[in-house]
Design a protein around this ligand. Structure first.
Ligand code: HEM
Length: 368
């Protein structure tokens, strides 16, 4: 009886979220309207993230023609792409700049969707699939960082993987072995080496894109089925046709963003901001260089990890992911005003840790 009820409730939930009668071009595209109000700009962010993902896909495919995923040749192949292949430096710079831009767009998209309560019924699946896309996007960044096989990349990956294993110390009984086993599964051998590079490469160019496409299809289907959320407490009642008006503005924005990315990638190698020699190939016998850091978009977790006990961060990170996944149910009754306050607090934390993380670290560790 209980099982039958559960199946019935689940089926009702799914038919409400994926109404078959709306699965036609008319409902999905032609009659779709986008609300017009002071937060309307936020409706462009998901499309922007999607466009940047496409830039990643095209530039990533181009890089694959020349990149060699072996510990003996990876670094040299990246150097060859940058210095000897026509347009190679531009494509590589585009790939790295656009990766950062995509992370930025996805995070702002999530924050605005949260503040506008766009996760509320019937958009729970849109939200949960969005959280999965966010995690996949970060996984793209983590796996991509190792591929050039330079000193910083390999050492930072070692630190990252080590932190997975350390989590075992805080788990009870047989579970304490799980994080170590997971680390070995990802790493593929006793230390970061060829097996790790092969796995990271396969994950970066095959597993994550396939997962992204699958989850993105679900995300976009549910966005189109339910239309855009009202987003504000006092809707103006004014709307704009999605097709052709909104989508044209989307395309215009993509064009401007691509132009900016193109000029930046042409003039400014991504590495220009690093004080250490990024082109030094990894040397297993060499000393670990100073200043090993992950990419800027991991600072929000990296600096707290350096300052606070490991278990505190692990607990906070897992709790944050659980709260994000369950947000449509946890914040079901929360007002947009309160959601706005939470969003500003989270955004402030992210900005402060990303921009001033190093200073905060030095303040507490006395410049160590
Ligand atoms: C790379 C990742 C992502 C892509 C490509 C993407 C794409 C999109 C697109 C194209 C839309 C419709 C336009 C818009 O509202 O901006 C949308 C809407 C939405 N997305 Fe995402 N998204 C991504 C990540 C996320 C994340 C991380 C979340 C939240 C955890 C999220 C939650 C939502 C919600 C709730 C809506 C509906 C907005 C509304 O109805 O007002 N998305 N997404």
């Amino acid at each position: 009886m209980k099982t039958a009820q559960l199946v019935q409730t689940s089926l009702e939930f799914l038919t409400d979220r994926f109404p078959i009668e709306k699965m036609n071009v008319n409902s999905l595209v032609r009659t779709k309207e986008v609300p017009v109000h002071r937060m309307s700009w936020a409706y462009y962010l998901g499309g922007l993230a999607l466009f940047l993902f496409l830039v990643q896909l095209v530039t990533g495919l181009m890089l694959m023609f020349y990149y060699e995923p072996t510990v003996s040749d990876a670094h040299a192949s990246v150097e060859r792409i940058t210095e000897h292949i026509g347009g190679g430096a531009l494509v590589r710079n585009l790939h790295t700049w656009s990766a950062s831009a995509m992370i930025f767009a996805v995070v702002v998209h999530m924050l605005t969707a949260f503040a506008m309560k766009a996760f509320a019924k019937p958009r729970e699946i849109t939200w949960v699939s969005g959280v999965l896309l966010l995690l996949i996007t970060f996984a793209f960044g983590f796996t991509g960082y190792l591929l050039p096989w330079h000193q910083i990349a390999v050492n930072a990956t070692k630190v990252g993987l080590q932190s997975i294993e350390e989590a075992g110390a805080y788990l009870p009984g047989a579970m304490s072995a799980w994080p170590g086993a997971l680390k070995e599964l990802i790493q593929g051998e006793a230390s970061v080496g060829q097996a790790t590079l092969s796995r990271f490469y396969a994950i970066h160019v095959m597993v994550l894109p396939l997962a992204f496409f699958g989850v993105l299809s679900l995300h976009l289907l549910s966005v189109q089925l339910h239309g855009m959320s009202q987003g504000v407490d006092r809707p103006t009642g004014r709307t704009e046709r999605f097709f052709p008006f909104f989508i044209l503005k989307d395309a215009w924005l993509w064009g401007v963003v691509f132009l900016v990315l193109f000029v930046v990638a042409l003039c400014l190698p991504f590495e220009a901001f690093f004080s250490y020699p990024l082109f030094e190939a990894y040397d297993a016998m060499g000393s670990t260089p100073d200043g090993i850091k992950p990419e800027w978009y991991f600072y929000f977790i990296y600096y707290p990890l350096e300052l606070l006990p490991f278990w505190v961060i692990m607990l906070a990170q897992n709790a944050a992911i659980a709260v994000l996944l369950a947000a449509p149910w946890i914040f079901r009754k929360t007002s947009r005003r309160a959601l706005g306050v939470i969003t500003v607090a989270v955004a402030t934390y992210l900005v402060v840790m990303t921009v001033f993380g190093q200073q905060i670290y030095e303040m507490f560790k006395g410049g160590a």
